[in-house]
Design a protein around this ligand. Sequence first.
Ligand SMILES: [Zn+2]
Length: 96
Amino acid sequence: MPKKKFDKKFDKKNDKKKFGTGRKKSCRFCQDKELRIDYKDGRLLLGFVTERGRLVPRRITGNCAFHQREVTLAVKRARILAYIPFTATQVRHANF
Ligand SMILES: [Zn+2]
């Protein structure tokens, strides 16, 4: 039994190393001034949406507060105009 416990702890440590907590993320839109957030650019916006259609949080995308707000607005507009699916069921039908 004590061996198993040790193994679990070891695995957790390995996971932390794999995901690299020390890496810095920077805002893609701040770095590239020519890259613009456009609600008509569905491909760009799909990078900020999960497979299920949910918005990806800032701590994962690395966007700054200003640009995350812009992305959110753009995604919401794009959903209404059907550039981006609302939900996963729509994903299945549209073959995204
Ligand atoms: Zn930014």
